[in-house]
Design a protein. Structure first.
Length: 324
């Protein structure tokens, strides 16, 4: 079971309102609750505050966070978009009724709940100002204190503000883009690490900097996007390339098109063209490259070879060790 608490707070009774947090929460919920094929992913609980009518009180926010992290699950994920506050005693997430910064839910309290959670994996994603302090109790300053199974991804460092642009948080826009498939590997898996890499590469050195902290043995998939290649075809990589550095010999019988053949060239062989189709998929995914030829077509028609790239060798080893 995967569960997620998704919170977006625009309305603040005693402070400046925000404008994109509620929409951001809806977007994140939409991404998390189903995979690309419509299959169920996270069971999401959504809390949003757009006005006084649906304001979120601190007690209700804390109770929801406590419920999330006391539930036994494969993954317990907490997403928050709203105001954040920092002072010498630590950081806070502010609910609608906060009159001052330290009246929010303390990040240290959230960390205590996550550290003791029975969930196998705990994911905390914060799009709020100063959120980078999460996981760093003030008593230990720059050292993070997170239990095994916890991952924290924040919009900015402890000293930075989290920006909004075009009605959405800059960080969350990139997060949603990553979850939609931009951060997927060729199998379609989207992990916290790949999400961070996507966001990190998208923000310049002079912009807000995302923070990533983790203590895990294995990355988990937060969502499945459309795979670039079928598992069946990818597993065949170890059969076509049985050892590292192996060169697969091609000839004109692998190319299905008759166009461009010189007189006397052998005709296509169906078994070979089926293999060549898979090899071309590898080539498009940068798993394979032709040797001494500009394209796979040339390699086949000129009876040359192809070999795996470094990325291809990585997946060959995974297939060889039954990891895919």
């Amino acid at each position: 079971m995967k569960i997620a608490l998704v919170v977006g707070v625009n309305y603040y009774s005693s402070g400046g309102h925000l404008y994109g947090c509620v929409n951001d929460a809806y977007k994140v919920k939409t991404m998390l609750e189903r995979n690309f094929d419509g299959s169920i992913n996270f069971d999401c609980k959504l809390l949003t505050a757009s006005s006084n009518a649906d304001a979120i009180e601190r007690g209700n926010l804390k109770d929801a966070i406590e419920k999330l992290f006391t539930t036994k699950a494969e993954i317990a994920l907490f997403y928050f978009a709203g105001h954040g506050h920092i002072e010498p005693t630590g950081g806070y997430l502010l609910a609608s009724d906060a009159k001052r910064g330290d009246e929010g839910v303390a990040l240290n309290e959230i960390l205590v709940l996550a550290n003791s959670s029975p969930a196998t994996n705990k994911i905390i994603i914060l799009d709020s100002c100063h959120s980078g302090i999460a996981g760093n109790p003030p008593t230990i300053k720059d050292n993070a204190l997170i239990a095994e199974g916890i991952t924290i991804l924040t919009a900015s460092t402890a000293n930075q503000y989290a920006s909004e642009k075009d009605g959405s948080g800059v960080f969350t826009s990139l997060l949603v883009d990553a979850l939609s498939g931009s951060a997927a590997n060729i199998l379609g898996d989207i992990t916290p690490g790949s999400i961070y890499a996507h966001i990190d590469q998208s923000l310049g050195a002079w912009e807000q900097r995302p923070i990533f902290k983790t203590n895990v043995r294995n990355f988990v998939s937060l969502r499945e996007a459309s795979p670039s290649i079928s598992l069946e075809d990818l597993r065949k990589i170890k059969d076509f390339f049985p050892v590292a550095g192996f060169e697969f010999k091609l000839d004109p019988t692998f190319e299905p098109e008759s166009k461009g053949r010189d007189e006397g060239m052998p005709e296509p062989i169906e078994e070979h063209t089926e293999i060549f189709s898979i090899l071309q998929k590898y080539n498009r995914l940068n798993l394979l490259k032709p040797i001494d030829a500009p394209h796979m077509w040339n390699a086949a028609m000129e009876s040359k070879s192809c070999k795996l790239t470094a990325l291809g060798e990585h997946y060959r080893k995974l297939a060889e060790n039954n990891r895919i």
